[in-house]
Design a protein around this ligand. Sequence first.
Ligand code: IYR
Length: 227
Amino acid sequence: MVHTTQSDPGPARHPTVPLRPMRVTAQQAEERAEAFHALMERRRTVRDFDHRPLPEGVLEWAVRTASTAPSGAHVQPWRFVVLTDPERKRRLREAAEAEEREFYGRRASDEWLTALAPLGTDAHKPFLETAPAVIVVFEVHKGPHTPRPYYTKESVGIAVGFLLATLHQAGLATLTHTPSPMRFLNEVCERPAEERGAYVIPVGYPAPDARVPDLRRKPLEEVMIVL
Ligand code: IYR
């Protein structure tokens, strides 16, 4: 507990401002929720990207939106490193593929490899170079200039959800890639030790001939329980 006395009242509360609530009527509410579902339902993880460059400004808006996510104690423990330089992407690919060869060849259990088999993934990660941009998302832990974060994984996960949703509605495809371990990302991205790589997200237009697995999403009845 923070000890407070009359002479030391402890940390000051945030000043407050009026909420600017969204004014949505009950009728509009369902329409809007359904329309947003229709948009999100079309998002697919894409592994084949076009070389076409990204439109101006989209990444900035997507990162601004990601950064509106709620976070433990409002610490905002995230950093988004955008790689577009071909040489930098090449180094990223090289280091990621070295880890992935280790993963697929040695570290992954048979159970894990069996679960992945239907996706057809392997240690080749050409998309890290093909995609015009790769966003590397870091968790920011306690360091010389950064406070201790709380619920770090949850906070950064929600922010990445916002990021993927924003890019999708802007017409761009993404891949949530998670090489493991991710320590090599600090060197490739020139980030200090208190930052820990969490996601590698290639972003771009899908290749014209891109195909995706014919996956089904669980029906509502299976994922939602109303008590
Ligand atoms: N990180 C590896 C393996 C991998 C793991 C899961 I779980 C996936 O859904 C997909 C891939 C890779 O990127 O290939």
